[in-house]
Ligand binder design. Structure first.
Ligand code: ATP
Ligand code: MG
Length: 247
């Protein structure tokens, strides 16, 4: 489908093709007499179905940005609309609800429950939904099939390889059918071959229409998406199509 068809389809469904709209987002920390400007005026729009990579050196504000994007943290200033909802106006419970409904998180260190099986980990985000145990199990099994781990459902995290653990984490992020998958250095703890397999999986999800936002140090990983946004000292210093030359 062309992007024109896609936006027409989104309009038919009553949906805005812009999923994320941020205006002048700031996050400041007061550290004694010093103010740390972790984010210093970020304005960005991200469309439904896009794959955007944020790149930047250590301390540039990537994780801070992702946490605000994922409603894990609130900005000090600026405006953030997620799927048409003005996030600043939400109370803590509404924020938790929107996070559970709209966002799937994937972390560098997987963050799986060590005593739960792969299936148990993937079922976990569904606990907050009013659906039966049987239906939750079916949905988790389907998510594990999507990441091709249906032959490891009963394994505990320490009985899985790093790449398999990250697949479980991706299935857990997918199971709620979020509008956006957010990944913070998803290949950071993996060897290069396993990392490449995980990136292939992201590519497959993107082709299935999933909106993806990921943070990485690595230019190769960033270049796999549609668009690369570079941060420095809490500001956007470059915003380009993937594959475009740097200068
Ligand atoms: N809770 C906090 N209190 C004070 N300063 C903070 C806090 N969290 C982050 N910072 C500062 O904000 C800046 C951005 O941090 P952030 O974790 O977003 O960087 P990053 O780009 O994710 O780095 P890395 O690549 O190392 O993960 C850093 O200078 C950091 O020291
Ligand atoms: Mg970080």
């Amino acid at each position: 489908m062309s992007s024109v068809d896609e936006s027409a389809a989104a309009k038919d469904a009553g949906e805005d093709s812009v999923l994320i709209r941020m205006q002048d987002i700031r996050k400041h920390y007061e550290m004694g007499s010093q103010i740390v400007r972790a984010l210093d005026g970020i304005s960005v729009e991200i469309g439904r179905g896009d794959w955007v990579s944020f790149i930047g050196s250590s301390g540039s504000g990537k994780s801070t940005f992702l946490n605000i994007l994922g409603c894990l943290d609130r900005p000090s200033g600026g405006e953030y609309f997620l799927n048409g909802v003005y996030v600043e106006e939400l109370g803590a419970n509404q924020l938790a609800e929107i996070r559970n409904r709209e966002i799937g998180f994937i972390f560098q260190s997987f963050n799986l429950l060590p005593r739960a099986t792969a299936l148990g980990n993937v079922m976990q985000p569904l606990v907050y939904r009013r659906i039966s145990y049987r239906r939750r199990k079916e949905m988790a099994m389907e998510a594990l099939r999507r990441v091709r781990l249906d032959d490891r459902m009963d394994h505990l995290p320490n009985q899985l390889s790093g790449g398999q653990r990250q697949r479980v984490a991706i299935a857990r992020a997918l199971v709620t059918e979020p509008s956006i998958l957010l990944a913070d250095e998803p290949t950071g703890n993996l060897d290069s071959r396993t990392g490449a397999e995980i990136m292939q999986l992201f590519d497959q999800l993107h082709r299935e229409g999933q909106t993806l936002i990921l943070v990485t140090h690595e230019e190769d990983v960033a270049g796999l998406g549609d668009r690369v946004i570079e941060l420095l000292d809490g500001k956007i210093i470059r915003d380009r199509r993937a594959g475009e030359p740097l200068h």
